[in-house]
Design a binder for this molecule. Structure first.
Ligand code: XMP
Length: 508
């Protein structure tokens, strides 16, 4: 693959995506990845991402300096360019003008990196530091009005760097520039697709598992279903698929998931009813991260208990996605923890399983393509995402059975209206949140003082960013009227009109 070392830029994941869209497999690892682990992946090229730090600051992030001696091609982007410059003895300083936004490139000569792109192409800059002096052996291959070193090259080492961000949408030819690096410099063919990804992962799983067994936590959602399908293909009946009823599921979910697996995948699920334990432990807990940790830990406990009933289970398979990883893991990289997605940040240290997470590097929309590739039915693939901690993070404050029932009823009504109007398919995610905010209403001739439900419907492509969905007002009106009429304990419905960022999709 092409390997991206992540220095914490918000755009890092886009580099990998653009590469994969070009048919070149690409993975992201934290900047601090040990040299041996990098070598073990046998990358054909390395990309150093952008990042929020300054290379000359005390808290700068440095990779193992051995990465510069691996003898493989390298592309530095923004911070990555400055790192490369500094490492080889050039100088980086604070720019007198910060440069954010569009810039026009002037090419110096005809470098192969710019093949099939033109002079005057628009690129996107976002930097406060700049390269002042080039290190020995480097030359400029493009300039812009504000950046005399917009792109640089060291031909002998096959080291290249861009001051601009080729991975963002506003860099017109960015995808082509990344492809040129992969194709002409690293010698990668554009042969990769989700089919080859499936084959690779199946081989990897077989090699890792050997004759042992794998417990796969299944939720009925897209991710874990795709993981289960991959495992079924890879190891057949060494797969032990377990569905945990944690008491935080939506209405009828358990029956639906059991049926879907049996009928569509021919896989018999082991269902464990652990709702009492989960709800008992959540009593009195109101802090969102604490709820997430408790739910995550209890899942593992239930899995370990179940595993003891079968011989030879050493692995736990989960549908962890790149989105879960990037938002949960701050220890490994300079990005901040936003929330502990339960299948990543919530894993307890005492866990004995080895993890199998075949979807760790890819995004939801890519998982859907993979699922279709594996022959999963469309209705399974197109289900909206549902978070591991379930309704537990959709009830603000303490979780209890009465509130769960109220929320389930509201959720059913909202989904019915959305499906009936075709908006379920048109949106990324739609759900209701119980706000734990009481307000005064009037029903018939009586005063009410009841709870509020928030309807949250968003559009997104990978869940990293999202906008609230512009649902026609008459549909919202129906949802609101029906929830208030049909769900006891609710006298007010509000619609969430925040986008991510700065909000997140879930409320906790
Ligand atoms: P946020 O709320 O972080 O959510 O904007 C982004 C996407 O991830 C889902 N989500 C989770 N999925 N375990 C999961 O498997 C979790 O703990 C978790 N938390 C959030 C969320 O529903 C949205 O699609």
């Amino acid at each position: 693959p092409i390997l991206v070392l992540d220095f914490g830029s918000q755009y890092t994941q886009l580099i990998a995506r653009k590469m994969r869209e070009n048919g070149v497999y690409c993975e992201i690892v934290p900047y601090s990845e040990p040299l041996e682990a990098i070598k073990a992946r046998a990358p054909k090229g390395l990309i150093l991402s952008g990042g929020p730090a300054s290379v000359y600051a005390k808290d700068a992030y440095y990779p193992d300096s051995g990465v510069f001696d691996l003898g493989i091609p390298m592309l530095g982007i923004c911070y990555g360019m400055q790192l490369m410059t500094q490492h080889f003895g050039g100088s980086v300083v604070a720019a007198s003008h910060h440069e954010y936004g569009k810039a026009e490139l002037t090419l110096e000569g005809n470098h192969i990196l710019f093949a099939e792109t033109g002079c005057g192409q628009i690129v996107w800059m976002s930097h406060g530091d700049k390269v002042e002096h080039l290190p020995e052996g480097f030359e400029k291959i493009a300039t812009s009005a504000n950046s005399p070193y917009a792109a640089i090259a060291h031909e002998e080492k096959q080291f290249y760097a861009f001051q601009f961000h080729p991975e963002v949408y506003h860099t017109e030819q960015g995808s082509r520039l990344l492809k040129n690096f992969a194709k002409y410099i690293c010698g990668c063919e554009s042969t990769w697709n989700m089919g080859s990804f499936a084959k690779e992962k199946i081989e990897e799983i077989r090699a890792k598992v050997g004759s042992k067994k794998v417990l796969c936590g299944v939720s009925g959602g897209v991710d874990s279903s795709v993981v289960a399908a991959l495992l079924a293909e890879a190891i057949g009946d060494q797969l032990v698929p377990v569905f945990v009823d944690n008491g935080l599921l939506r209405a009828n979910e358990r029956a639906q998931v059991e049926a879907a697996f049996k009928v569509r995948l021919g896989v018999e699920l082991i269902t464990v009813d652990a709702s009492d334990i989960f709800l008992e432990r959540l009593k009195g807990i109101t802090e969102p991260e604490q709820k997430r940790k408790i739910i995550g830990e209890t899942f593992i406990e239930v899995f370990e208990k179940e595993a003891k009933k079968h011989n030879g289970i050493e692995f736990l398979a989960q549908g962890t996605l790149y989105t879960d990883v990037i938002e949960s893991v701050s220890v490994k990289g300079p990005s901040k923890t936003i929330k502990s997605h339960h299948n990543v940040g919530g894993l307890p240290e005492w866990m004995k399983f080895d993890l199998i997470e075949p979807l760790r590097e890819i995004f939801k929309d890519e998982v859907r393509i993979l699922g279709l590739e594996l022959g999963l039915p469309k209705e399974m693939i197109n289900r909206h995402p549902f978070p591991g901690p379930g309704l537990g993070i959709r009830i603000m404050g303490e979780v209890n059975r009465e509130d769960l029932e109220i929320l389930r009823k509201a959720d059913v009504v909202m989904l019915e209206e959305l499906r009936a109007t075709g908006y379920y398919e048109k949106t990324w995610q739609a759900f209701t949140v119980l706000l734990n905010v009481k307000s005064v209403g009037v029903m018939g001739d009586n005063r009410t003082y009841d709870n509020t439900v928030c309807v949250r419907i968003v559009e997104a492509t990978d869940g990293m960013t999202a906008t609230f969905a512009h649902i026609p007002h008459d549909i919202l009106e129906n949802i609101s009227r029906r929830i208030i009429n049909e769900v006891d304990g609710i006298n007010r419905v509000v619609y969430d009109i925040s986008s991510k960022p700065p909000a997140t999709i879930e409320w906790e």
